[in-house]
Design a binder for this molecule. Structure first.
Ligand code: GCU
Length: 618
């Protein structure tokens, strides 16, 4: 952290003004402790009721008067019941509980609009095993987290939508232990996303928590994929990738087996614990939406073994086409926030996921843009199983502090977390590095570098971003956004007929894009479900359909249109949407209302996608 920034944070924290703290770039634990395949390991779940205590924003118990993390307040979980310094008057044992995982906003009406610090605590029994290590895994906690076990801080994390693992080996003891987690949902000017977002900043431990015990040297990362550019068309199927064994000496044996594909290979780790491999598969059916075939991939090294379910497919750009397994495809789907159908709140249960995919299937979708951040891993697992292709994105949403190197470092970290968790998910076909960011040289360099970072992390998937603009003058685009030069697939957002111009204007617009595939990544209009009227009457279902139909007319004239995702599958909570009786805190561009009732626009997409009447694969 730069000295000036440090001073700034200290000043703010010492005054403890309820301001959005300038980012305190946390000392992020090194990424190598991010375990891949956690949902396929035998874990001890810590899901369930946790005691909680509300702090403030900034937290009086979390930050000391110098703005640093206070390890000597609630983290110690003592039961003082004494009158004393402000941050020693607490008692978790008699405090109320919240369910983990779950946002706090929809669990307690008093917390609905709360965006500050909240402390969680629970006890758990544990019996350490000799020769093993144990990590505390948190699927996501929004936005900054600090984790103590038995009063010792074991990690800090920034980012509300990606998993992290905290090694607890040395602080655990036999019998009863306790964990305390402070989650600070305060939005930060230098956060990712920053402060001005168009969605609900649900706070809390919003995804699964578990304890994972592994051998001293264990498989923490792996990548098993169809060799990019392979000659698989001729049935000569080559798989490639690596297995990483953490803290293993060079020469450690690793085996990769895929019995159903006739694959078994034994490898040796290098000095960094990496065991790269390339192996032929005797037989293998490729993953696709029509045949979402997954294989049991067995990885083993020493005493560690785990089995993942992995699909194999090839995704690439060829001129203005997107090829899946060598065949041109058209991506027809919808955008969606991680909002739980009907109950709202963060979507986290198997039921939430099943409902969401039932909507997508009903509308004949083969694609979903999980905006604007990585969703619960259940979503990408379900996509692998049901064949829905995925656009996955980190929340560089609109105004990010692109001028700050520490923000770039945080972005790279978050990108690595997203790619690491889902790189073995065949359904994820695009990594997106941003959404609707302002077109200026600082941002273009930042995102170009980030796109190249994504390519170096994962050369097997195209990189995209959703762009807003450029200006449209006399129904023509005024040039191209320079960021498109850094993308393999261009995402274009537009709201012609809703935010600007008239629906009829859309018929006249001529888009001009670089010679790349284009996905109309956002378009649509708002309507309150059940509100009916003329097609020029805003907020009616009829007008929403009318706007979209004219946008379709426009889209049909884009020769390299290779995908479309209307904004948005379901109405979602957004505190900035405050037109009484029409929005009431919801963004109403959904095809489905938050209570699951479908709007006329849903039927329009259902038919359009069935008939494939907009856009062509080539
Ligand atoms: C933008 C943005 C969305 C937002 C939408 C809207 O395109 O990407 O996050 O919700 O427009 O204004 O409804």
């Amino acid at each position: 952290m730069s000295a000036s920034l440090n001073r700034c944070v200290k000043l703010l924290a010492s005054t403890l003004l309820p301001l959005t703290l300038v980012s305190t770039a946390l000392a992020q634990k090194p990424l190598q402790t991010l375990l891949v395949g956690v949902d396929h390991r035998t874990v001890t779940s810590l899901n369930g009721p946790w005691h909680y205590l509300v702090d403030q924003s900034p937290g009086r118990a979390l930050y000391n008067d110098k703005g640093e993390i206070n390890d000597n307040s609630y983290a110690l979980n003592t039961h003082p019941n004494i009158v004393g310094p402000h941050n020693l008057e607490y008692d978790f044992a008699t405090a109320p509980t919240l369910n983990v995982p779950g946002d706090w906003n929809t669990q307690d009406p008093k917390l609905f609009n709360y965006e500050g610090v909240l402390w969680y605590q629970r006890d758990f029994d544990f019996q350490p095993k000799a020769g093993t290590r144990t990590f505390l895994h948190i699927g996501a906690a929004n936005y900054r987290s600090h984790v103590w076990v038995n009063g010792k801080r074991i990690c800090d994390h920034e980012g509300g939508y990606t998993p992290f693992d905290c090694e607890a080996t040395t602080v655990l003891h036999p019998g009863s232990n306790f964990v305390v987690v402070a989650v600070d949902a305060t939005r930060l000017v230098d956060g990712i996303p920053s402060v001005g977002i168009d969605w609900m900043n649900y706070g809390g431990i919003t995804r699964d928590v578990s304890l994972i015990t592994v051998p001293r040297a264990f498989i923490d990362d792996y990548d098993v994929h169809l060799e990019h550019g392979a000659t698989w068309q001729a049935g000569n199927i080559t798989l490639t990738g690596y297995v990483h064994v953490l803290d293993a000496p060079a020469g450690t044996a690793v085996t990769v087996s895929i019995p159903e594909a006739g694959v078994k290979t034994t490898l040796k780790t290098d000095a960094e614990g990496n065991a790269p491999f390339t192996v032929k598969a005797a037989r293998l059916s490729l993953w696709s939406p029509e045949t979402p075939k997954l294989y049991k991939v067995e990885l083993a090294s020493g005493e560690d073994k785990l089995t993942d379910d992995i699909g194999f497919r090839d995704i690439r750009v060829d001129g203005t086409r997107i090829l899946l397994n060598g065949k041109a495809i058209f991506l027809q789907g919808a955008n969606m926030h991680a909002e739980a159908p009907v109950r709202s709140g963060r979507a986290i249960t198997d039921q939430d996921v099943a409902t969401i995919y039932s909507y997508l299937k009903e509308m004949n979708a083969n694609f979903v843009r999980l905006c604007h951040y990585p969703h619960d891993e259940r979503m990408t697992r379900a996509s692998d199983k049901n064949g829905t292709m995925v656009w996955s994105e980190i929340p560089n949403w609109q105004h990010i502090s692109f001028q700050k190197p520490e923000v770039y470092a945080k972005d790279v970290f978050m990108l690595k977390e997203m790619i690491r968790r889902d790189r073995n998910k065949a359904s994820v076909i695009l990594w997106s590095v941003s959404n609707e960011t302002p077109n200026n040289p600082t941002r273009t360099k930042f995102l170009t570098d980030l796109a190249n970072e994504a390519r170096s992390l994962d050369p097997t998937r195209p990189i995209t971003s959703a762009i807003i603009g450029p200006k449209i003058i006399d129904h023509k685009m005024d040039g191209n956004d320079p960021l498109t030069a850094a993308l393999d697939v261009v995402g274009q957002n537009e709201y012609i007929g809703w935010y600007e111009m008239t629906p009829e204007d859309a018929d006249l617009i001529q888009w001009s894009f670089p010679n790349k595939p284009v996905i109309m990544s956002e378009f649509g209009a708002e309507a309150k479900q059940g509100n009916h009227g003329a097609n020029n009457q805003r907020w009616t279902e009829e007008q929403q359909v009318y706007v979209i139909e004219h946008q379709f007319t426009m889209m049909k004239k884009i020769p390299q249109l290779r995908g479309m995702t209307p904004w948005v599958l379901m109405d979602f909570r957004s505190p900035t949407r405050n037109i009484p009786k029409l929005q009431d805190g919801f963004n109403r561009k959904g095809l489905i209302a938050e209570d699951g009732k479908k709007k006329a626009a849903f039927t329009l997409f259902q038919k359009t996608y069935k008939d494939h009447s907009v856009g062509k694969a080539e």
